[in-house]
Design a protein around this ligand. Sequence first.
Ligand code: SAH
Length: 228
Amino acid sequence: MKWFFLTLILNLGCSQNADSYEIKRKIMVKDQIKRRGVEDKLVLKAIQKVEREKFVPEKYHALAYTDGPLPIGYKQTISQPYIVAYMTEHLQVDKQHKVLEIGTGSGYQAAVLAEMAKHVFTIEIIPELAESAEKVLDEIGYKNITVMAGDGYKGWPEEAPFDRIMVTAAPTKIPEKLVEQLAPNGRMILPVGEDVLSQYLWVIKKNKKGVVTKEKILPVRFVPMVKE
Ligand code: SAH
């Protein structure tokens, strides 16, 4: 109850500063993310650190820590914070990993991954979004993120293989090119489905011999992964 009133006051308050965002982030981590079962300390630390308001249009700054996706223009959305945390936890990223993300969008998920990985390569099909994400990530100071405007179905052959791959738009089938670009002992997480009502998150694992296993873990709603 105490947190509810604190959130309400913070959301109604017109002056938004770094401290109030920090408090909102703490509440978000506690109420939206930990409470739903995300436990990985490094994931929680990354989410606590990345300033989500910097990745949404100014008119949504006050809503940056609410429990849902938000519009980022071009009919696209930044994902719900809980889903970002859940997917990141299931990807099991570590500091040695080279990570590929498909669907840069605002750049927020790339920033969360970059807090935990060695390097993040991220592909966005809408050039304007790729450009604005690159700009904000640059301004924040990330040196371990490379953004490319292009078609994620092709992956990034020049940089493959990747230890981890995260797709944040939903294809109708698991893209085989991406499975091919997964390293031995690699892991990929992605939403797959014909439409928003039949999408599931899948975890794809490749063992050290290259044998691939696939597991469906959670119903989700993502924007579709489009073809070029
Ligand atoms: N990860 C993002 C949210 C992604 S929304 C964030 O943190 O903000 C999904 C994004 O995938 C959209 O920006 C959409 O333009 C992009 N997308 C859709 N199809 C794609 C494709 N084939 N290749 C690369 N990006 C794609």
